[in-house]
Design a protein around this ligand. Structure first.
Ligand SMILES: [Fe+2]
Ligand SMILES: [Fe+2]
Length: 336
């Protein structure tokens, strides 16, 4: 059992090929050189030709696309045969979803109807002034974590953002899961909050999927992610069970710090400290950005998302503070 666990950890650590946490734009550059990026992007606000609503949720990344392009016709044929066998047995086929320009939708991890234009008009300077003892404790805890993360990452903005996203995607999933279980236990609706919190988790994960196109973690950072996830998931799980009011307040403050981090990232881009490279194709499709979008545009929309998460979590905490349950207030589904 121990050997199995150790093998799994080692495999997880080396699966990234031991690349260092530096910017690595090779996947984007390769795709662009191959002329794929133009095909990967859709026209904004377009109607998509959806032929089939049922689709498999297989993960896909930009880096895998050039490989597909380079694969031999024999490999493609063999892929088709395998898929055909599986599909004919279960009746599942990959839907043919087209963009407005007639090219095939390139992503399996999200669909055209999951995309949106970020509301960048949101106030990024909003701050919830701690009022109660619980608020103050949550605020101090987040500030303490901030000091630790600043000491560790210093001015490695990309790496900081990527690592932050591995943590940020946890609370929504834990909260959504616990509300889901509560709904089953109590035989009542969640008021949409399960969906809203799971959407937040998914949105955070898409931030991560975007950042890993730009930054590759080193082995020790992968180890840190494993450790932090193991500790943070379990702590937050207990935390949410004991006090959802404080847990949401804590996340609200975490999101405030995320907004601050991305503001610093934007300042570094504007001052030339960080190169304003072209945006990854996945970001252009997910946020419906223009084809010539850059890292600055990506960070701007991610920051807007974080500001929305901030508001959602402070709102959730406020509902609890009023002695009500989340289901008593309309859930902000689709609020990005
Ligand atoms: Fe995020
Ligand atoms: Fe967030």
């Amino acid at each position: 059992m121990k050997q199995l666990l150790a093998r799994s950890v080692v495999r997880a650590l080396i699966s990234g090929g031991g690349r260092s946490c530096n910017r690595n734009f090779s996947t984007v550059a390769t795709a662009r050189q191959l002329g794929n990026v133009g095909d990967l992007r859709h026209q904004h606000g377009s109607a998509f030709g959806v032929r089939n609503n049922f689709y498999s949720r297989r993960m896909s990344s930009l880096s895998s696309l050039p490989e597909k392009e380079n694969s031999t016709s024999e490999e493609k044929k063999s892929d088709q045969e395998v898929n055909a066998v599986v599909s004919s047995y279960w009746g599942i086929t990959r839907p043919k979803i087209k963009k407005e320009d007639g090219t095939e939708w390139p992503w399996n991890c999200f669909m055209p109807w999951d995309t949106y234009r970020a509301d960048t008009s949101i106030d990024v300077n909003k701050h919830y002034v701690p009022k109660t003892l619980i608020d103050k404790a949550a605020f101090r805890a987040v500030k303490f974590l901030r000091v630790l993360s600043d000491l560790y990452f210093k001015e490695r903005y990309g790496c900081h953002a990527m690592m932050l996203e591995t943590v940020a995607a946890v609370p929504g999933m834990v909260g959504g899961m616990l509300l889901h279980l509560k709904s089953l236990r109590k035989f009542h609706h969640s008021g949409g909050w399960i969906k809203a919190l799971l959407e937040e988790a998914e949105n955070e994960r898409m931030h991560l999927m975007t950042m890993v196109e730009l930054v590759k973690p080193a082995w020790h950072e992968r180890l840190l992610v494993l450790t932090v996830q193991g500790v943070f998931f379990n702590c937050f799980f207990v935390f949410y069970l004991l006090s959802p009011k404080m847990a949401h307040r804590f996340v609200g403050y975490l999101e405030e710090e995320a907004v601050l981090s991305y503001t610093q990232h934007l300042e570094a881009i504007e001052s030339g400290k960080v190169e304003n490279v072209p945006a990854p194709a996945i970001a252009i499709d997910y946020w419906r950005l223009p084809e010539d979008a850059t890292l600055k545009d990506v960070i701007t929309v991610i920051r807007a998302d974080e500001a929305h998460h901030r508001d959602v979590n402070h709102f959730a905490s406020d509902i609890h503070c009023q002695g009500k349950q989340l289901k008593d207030a309309p859930a902000p589904i689709g609020y990005h």
